[in-house]
Ligand binder design. Structure first.
Ligand SMILES: [Zn+2]
Length: 109
């Protein structure tokens, strides 16, 4: 178990992570399973959640996140499908992929 420092957050490798997840973010702390600690897309995704927490504040982020999940569950989606429809997750996925140049057009030459 160790903690690494990124420019605007810390990454706790080997800390407690909910079942079924590879990592999660609480404010400026990213907690990641040891076996997932070197996955650049995952770390970029969690860094986006750090940005979201900072941008919306603790309460704002939690309300936004849980509302997105609840909205999908109330419409009959199962857990995994509801998770994939959370706006915070969609945004983090898109922004992290863009940050790493995954699925993007190459810059003009
Ligand atoms: Zn996420």
């Amino acid at each position: 178990m160790w903690v690494e420092r990124a420019p605007d957050h810390r990454v706790w490798v080997g800390g407690p992570v909910p079942p079924g997840a590879a990592a999660w973010t609480l404010g400026s702390l990213v907690i990641v399973r040891r076996r997932a600690a070197h996955r650049p897309l995952l770390l970029a995704h969690e860094a986006e959640h750090v940005r979201q927490w900072r941008e919306r504040g603790r309460l704002g982020f939690l309300v936004w996140y849980l509302a997105g999940y609840s909205w999908a569950r109330l419409r009959g989606y199962g857990h995994n499908a509801a998770y994939r429809r959370i706006p915070a997750e969609i945004e983090a996925d898109w922004r992290s992929r863009r940050a790493l140049g995954i699925g993007c057009d190459p810059p003009p030459t």
